[in-house]
Design a protein around this ligand. Structure first.
Ligand code: PLP
Length: 358
């Protein structure tokens, strides 16, 4: 089947096959990687190797730490303000969809979370023009969502916010193209789209932010503690860490993020071309300049056909095309593990469907 799920999402077949082959006997240990102590030498070596691969792929500078955390991106909506600011601080949020809204809501108990820009009035179908942003003086950080998974809206460059640290929720576009990490103070992402299984969060955080006092909190919430303990302050998600390492290795074989970026651009172009070239049978509601390469929402000209489209697409082996309930219609997620071939199958199905129902 061809899986277009928004997350948890398709993983590279090669990664799954390798995990399957190693499932009962990892590294000659006679046990599954899930059954080994995270403090044992073999797992520690696996963990360090995964971090090194990620550093290589993203070009992470030496003054950034990489953390392998839990709690999902949602937990870090709250934990980031706890760590980066004291009780009297404020932070700016650029809100371009559902997840940005949620980030503000979850931060609000811990910081004066100000919406410095929003495209809510445009139903999150475009990005707020840069000249409407009201960044405040002395903000602890600026938070934004480079790719909004539900609305299908993506920034195609990194916003310039001056000296204020930029915090990015890259849950749905991390590792999808080359990135200049030095432009960010903190990058975080739930793993369940471009990295591995859910239950793992990857965080890349600059040393000066790690050194901030934040507010009083238990050690388990403090990023500096996790960094000081190599993300093994408590038992990490060992299975997720292992699979992430396999995905990083696979990414290297794909030509790294440059190779992945080219493939992702080709996939998105193929699908948007099919939508735009369908004489109105399909429609992409998002402004062209803000269209996401990762999540492509689209509608059919007659919503009465939605159920038929979903039934027939599933029968054709095209999975999880139903749009999020907040937006309706369809959504195809084109994460790294979705091949150009899979997009070709989808496009052919869509053309055939339009011919039969047009
Ligand atoms: N941020 C973005 C951009 C997402 O797409 C999601 C959804 O999966 C989340 C945050 C929430 O992630 P989690 O369910 O891991 O907390």
């Amino acid at each position: 089947a061809w899986n277009f799920s928004a997350g948890p999402a398709a993983l590279p077949e090669a990664v799954l096959k390798r995990a399957q082959a190693e499932l009962l006997d990892w590294n000659g240990s006679g046990a599954s990687v899930m059954e080994l102590s995270h403090r044992g030498k073999p797992f520690m070596a696996l963990a360090a190797a995964a971090e090194q691969r990620l550093r290589g792929l993203m070009g992470i500078p030496a003054n950034y730490k990489v953390l392998f955390l839990q709690g999902g991106a949602t937990q870090h909506f709250a934990q980031i303000p706890m760590n980066l600011a004291g009780p009297d601080a404020h932070a700016d949020y650029i809100v371009t969809g559902h997840w940005g809204e949620k980030a503000v809501r979850e931060a609000a108990p811990y910081i004066d979370a100000r919406v410095a820009a929003t495209s809510v009035a445009a139903n999150y179908l475009s990005l707020p023009p840069r000249d409407t942003w009201q960044l405040s003086k002395g903000a602890a950080y600026v938070h934004y969502t480079p790719n909004e998974t539900i609305h299908g809206v993506e920034f195609h460059d990194v916003p310039d916010v001056g000296d204020t640290p930029l915090v990015a929720d890259m849950s749905s576009n991390i590792l999808s193209e080359p990135v200049d990490v030095s432009r960010f103070g903190l990058i975080y992402a739930g793993a369940q789209k471009n990295i591995g299984p859910s239950g793992l969060v990857i965080m890349v955080i600059r040393d000066d932010l790690l050194a901030r006092a934040g507010r009083p909190m238990a050690n388990i919430f403090r990023y500096a503690e996790h960094a000081a303990n190599d993300s093994m302050l408590n038992t990490p998600n060992t299975w997720g860490w292992y699979l992430a390492g396999l995905t990083f290795e696979w990414l290297e074989e794909q030509g790294g993020l440059a190779g992945m970026g080219e493939r992702n651009a080709a996939k998105a172009t193929a699908l948007y071309d099919a939508i735009d070239g369908s004489s109105g049978f399909y429609r992409s509601p998002v402004e062209v300049s803000a269209r996401s390469r990762m999540n492509v929402p689209f509608t059919l000209h007659d919503s009465a056909l939605d159920a038929v489209f979903l039934k027939e697409s599933e029968a054709a082996g095209l999975l999880a095309l139903k749009g999020h309930k907040a937006v309706g219609g369809m959504r195809a997620s084109l994460y790294n593990a979705v091949s150009l071939e899979a997009v070709g199958v989808l496009v052919n199905f869509m053309r055939d469907f339009a011919t039969r129902h047009g």
